[in-house]
Design a protein around this ligand. Structure first.
Ligand code: SAM
Length: 505
C-alpha cells in the first residue's frame, strides 16, 4: 500500500471537494497525484494547514486564483498536434468533407468545440484541417470554440507558441507550412489560425451549456478527448448530456478510445471506425422534418384563414373537453389555458434539449396565436440551437417587430448576429438592449467580448467594467436573467479571466 503524508481523512475530504467543484475524480489509486496537487496549491495560496485550505475551497465559491492554482496542479495538460493520427484522418477524409459539402453554397457555416483543449494543439490541428479542406475559407463562418478550465493553458493557446515536444509524431510539413520559427527556436502558429480560434474559460463540471452566452450552442462537432477520464461517473454523465444538447442533429461527439462507453453514450448512435468509436446525435432526424410555420406567406395573415384555424382549434379543444375535467372555467378560459400550456410545454421541452418536440408544440401554438413575440423568440432559440441561423434571425426579427420594447428580444438578435459573424450589427442590437434596460448584464458582457474581438480595447474594457459594477450589486449565488443559470459570482470570475487572460466568456 502507498504511504501518504496526509491522512486518509484529509485525502478523502479533498477528493470529495475537488469532485464537486472541478468534476475531477481522484480514486484512491490516484491519491498520490491528489496529495501532490493540493499540497502545492495550498503552499502557493499561502496556507500551511491543508485542512484550513480545504475549508476555504469547500465554503466559498472558487475564486479565479484558487481555481487557477488548483486546476494547474490537478489537471493533466498533456497534448500535442494531431494527437491520434487515425482520428484526424477520419476528420479529414470523412466527417469534415461531408459537413463542408452539406453546407457549401448554403449557410457556409461550421461550428466546432474543443472542450478541454489544454494549450490549443487540438483546436489548432482542426483549424489546419479546415484550411486544407476549404478553398474560399474567408467566405465561410467558422467557429472553433476552444475551452479549458486552466487559464495558464488558455494563455499559452492564445499566444500560440510551441516547442518541439508539441509536434511529436507530426509530419514535418505541418511545422513548415503553418508555423513561423521564433528566435528561441520555437514555433509560432500563423495569425490566420489564431484568428480562427475563440478561447473560452469553461468549467465543464459547473458551467451551463448549451448557452448563447458562451457560444456553446448548435455545435456540429464537439471534441472532448482525454478529459472525461478524469471525471467522476456522475459528472461525466452530466457533461455528456450537456454535449448532447449542444449538438445539432447529426452532430458528432468525439472522445478518446479509452473514454468510450455503451452506457454513458446511450443517447447517441455509435459509429465504428478502425481504432475509434465516434458518437452521433439523432442522425436520422433532420430539422427539415419539423413542421415550422412558413413566415413568408404569413407576414400578413389572411383574417378568414386565421379564423378558420382558430375555429378548427376550438373544435379540437371542445373534443378534448369531453374527456378532460375543467372545473369552474368558461370555455374561453379553458381554450386560453390550453394555448398557454402549449407554449409552456414547448418552453420546457426546449429547456430539456428536446428541440424537435419543442418546435412541434410551438407550431401547434402558432396556428391560433401567431402574433405572440415570446413564441417567435423561443422558435428563434430553437433554430439557433439547431444551427439554422438564417431562420433563427428571421424569427427573432419577427419577435422584435412584434415587441420592440422588450430588451431580451434585441439581446437575442445580437447573439444570433454574433454567431452569423455580423459583429457591427450585433453591437447595434446590444446598444438597443442597453438603451431599453441599462442593467442588462449579459448585454454588457457580450458587448465587451465583441469589442475585444474587433480589437477595440477601450470599448471592451468599458463594457466589462459596466458589467462588473452591475454584478457586484448582486449576491454571488444569485442567478440573473439570460445567464442560463450561471451565478453572478461566477460571471465576475469569468469576466476577470476573459479580461486578463485573453479568453472570451
Ligand atoms: C489531458 S488534457 C487533454 C487535451 C486535449 N483534449 C487532448 O486530448 O490532447 C485534459 C484537459 O482537460 C482540462 N480539464 C480538466 N477538468 C476540466 C473541467 N472541469 N472543465 C474544463 N476543462 C477541464 C484540463 O485543464 C486539461 O487541459
Amino acid at each position: 500500500m502507498t504511504e501518504h503524508l496526509l491522512s486518509a481523512d484529509i485525502l478523502s475530504r479533498a477528493s470529495e471537494i475537488i469532485a464537486n467543484r472541478l468534476g475531477l475524480y481522484f480514486p484512491q489509486d490516484r491519491w498520490n497525484d491528489l496529495e501532490r496537487g493540493i499540497t502545492l496549491a495550498a503552499q502557493m495560496f499561502g496556507r500551511k494547514n491543508i485542512n484550513e485550505y480545504l475549508g476555504v475551497l469547500a465554503s466559498a465559491s472558487l475564486s479565479k486564483e484558487q481555481l487557477k492554482t488548483l486546476a494547474g496542479f490537478l489537471t493533466v495538460s498533456e497534448t500535442y498536434f494531431f494527437r491520434d493520427e487515425k482520428l484526424f484522418e477520419i476528420l479529414k477524409f470523412q466527417i469534415l468533407p461531408e459537413l463542408i459539402e452539406k453546407r457549401k453554397g448554403k449557410e457556409q457555416q461550421i461550428r466546432i468545440w474543443s472542450a478541454g483543449c489544454s494549450s490549443g494543439e487540438e483546436p489548432y490541428s482542426v483549424a489546419i484541417l479546415l484550411q486544407q479542406l476549404i478553398r474560399n475559407i474567408d467566405e465561410w463562418n467558422i467557429t472553433i470554440l476552444a475551452s479549458d478550465i486552466n487559464p495558464v493553458s488558455l494563455k499559452k493557446m492564445t499566444k500560440g507558441i510551441y516547442n518541439e515536444w508539441s509536434f511529436r509524431g507530426v509530419q514535418p510539413y505541418v511545422k513548415q507550412n503553418y508555423f513561423v520559427k521564433t528566435q528561441d527556436r520555437r514555433y509560432a502558429i500563423q495569425k490566420k489560425f489564431r484568428d480562427m480560434i475563440t478561447p473560452a474559460y469553461i468549467n465543464l463540471a459547473e458551467d451551463a451549456y448549451p448557452s448563447l452566452l458562451n457560444d456553446t450552442n448548435a455545435m456540429d462537432i464537439i471534441i472532448c478527448r482525454n478529459v472525461l477520464m478524469y471525471f467522476k461517473n456522475e459528472t461525466a454523465a452530466k457533461t455528456i448530456n450537456g454535449f448532447y444538447n449542444c449538438l445539432v442533429d447529426g452532430g458528432w461527439l468525439i472522445v478518446s478510445p479509452s473514454e468510450t462507453s455503451q452506457t454513458l453514450f446511450a443517447k447517441f448512435a455509435s459509429v465504428y471506425y478502425p481504432d475509434n468509436i465516434l458518437y452521433r446525435k439523432n442522425k436520422h432526424i433532420q430539422s427539415s422534418d419539423i413542421n415550422f410555420p412558413r413566415f413568408d406567406n404569413r407576414q400578413n395573415p389572411d383574417i378568414s384563414s386565421e379564423t378558420d384555424l382558430q375555429l378548427h382549434n376550438v373544435v379540437n379543444y371542445n373534443e378534448a373537453e369531453k374527456t378532460e375535467d375543467f372545473p369552474e372555467q368558461t370555455s374561453e378560459e379553458r381554450i386560453s389555458s390550453l394555448h398557454a400550456s402549449a407554449y409552456q410545454q414547448a418552453n420546457e421541452l426546449y429547456r430539456e434539449g428536446n428541440l424537435t418536440e419543442a418546435a412541434k408544440k410551438l407550431s401547434d401554438y402558432f396556428t391560433y396565436n401567431y402574433n405572440d413575440p415570446k413564441a417567435h423568440a423561443l422558435l428563434a432559440r430553437i433554430y439557433a440551437n439547431l444551427g439554422k441561423l438564417r431562420e433563427a434571425f428571421s424569427c427573432c426579427e419577427k419577435a422584435v417587430s412584434l415587441d420592440k420594447l422588450d430588451a431580451a428580444n434585441h439581446y437575442l438578435l445580437a447573439a444570433i448576429l454574433q454567431e452569423q459573424n455580423r459583429p457591427e450589427e450585433a453591437l447595434v442590437s446590444l446598444k438597443r438592449t442597453i438603451y431599453l434596460d441599462k442593467n442588462f448584464v449579459t448585454a454588457h458582457i457580450m458587448m465587451g467580448n465583441i469589442s475585444k474581438r474587433l480589437g477595440r480595447e477601450y470599448e471592451s474594457q468599458k463594457s466589462f467594467r459596466n458589467a462588473l459594477t452591475l454584478l457586484e450589486k448582486h449576491k454571488p449565488d444569485e442567478i440573473l436573467p439570460e445567464t442560463d443559470g450561471i451565478t453572478a459570482g461566477r460571471l465576475i470570475e469569468i469576466i476577470k479571466a476573459a479580461n486578463y487572460e485573453g479568453a472570451s466568456l
